[in-house]
Write a new protein. Structure first.
Length: 202
């Protein structure tokens, strides 16, 4: 019985076809897009868009560009981490990305804690749909390092939440934005890392 079972497993493994990279990327992109739309809907229905949009397009645009770069970076890292065997050597990259955020915070000067709690709370709420949808998608991709994948998942969903939050955030000073946004993303990343082993297990 044992021998027959082993032979069957071996045959199934030999006949299994790997999921194409494009399919994994497509799934993640779709999940991220749905999460972004959900975050935007929550932002509009709850806090809304800042009333002085017309006069602050440059500031809003700058924040959106920076956050978009962050989204793209963590999306790339998550894509690499979700497939078995494809995460080799990414530990340093993941660590470097986290350290880079910390360096930006330190370099931006003294923190302005006014509004940080509100910002972090709102981003956590806005990022929740993206976190949930991406977690379900990542789990199907069978990641091997659940903690690293969880951190990247948290960072990405946090950045997606920030995209929506930026439309209503009235803080434009670089130091304030750096601290609020940086802390919000890192908190979401920590939560993702802690929950990674629980929600990404396959």
């Amino acid at each position: 019985m044992t021998g027959s079972t082993s032979d069957l497993i071996a045959q199934l493994a030999d006949s299994a076809e790997p999921v194409g990279a494009w399919r994994v990327s497509s799934r993640l992109a779709t999940a991220a897009l749905i999460g972004a739309l959900a975050a935007l809907t929550l932002q509009v229905l709850t806090v809304g868009v800042r009333h002085d949009v017309a006069g602050t397009l440059e500031a809003i645009g700058a924040k959106l560009i920076v956050v978009t770069v962050v989204v793209a970076t963590w999306a790339w890292l998550l894509r690499k981490l979700v497939s078995p065997g494809s995460a080799d050597g990414l530990q340093r990259v993941l660590a470097a990305g986290t350290v880079a955020i910390a360096v930006v915070l330190v370099a931006s000067g003294s923190p302005s804690w006014s509004g940080v709690t509100r910002c972090v709370t709102q981003v956590l709420v806005l990022a929740f749909p993206a976190f949930l949808i991406l977690a379900l998608t990542v789990r199907r991709c069978a990641p091997t390092d659940l903690i690293q994948a969880g951190v990247a998942l948290g960072m990405l969903s946090g950045a997606i939440g920030l995209l929506a939050y930026s439309l209503g955030c009235t803080a434009d000073e670089p130091t304030v934005v750096a601290w609020r946004y940086g802390i919000a993303i890192m908190v979401r990343g920590i939560i993702g890392g802690v929950l990674g082993k629980l929600i990404l297990r396959w």
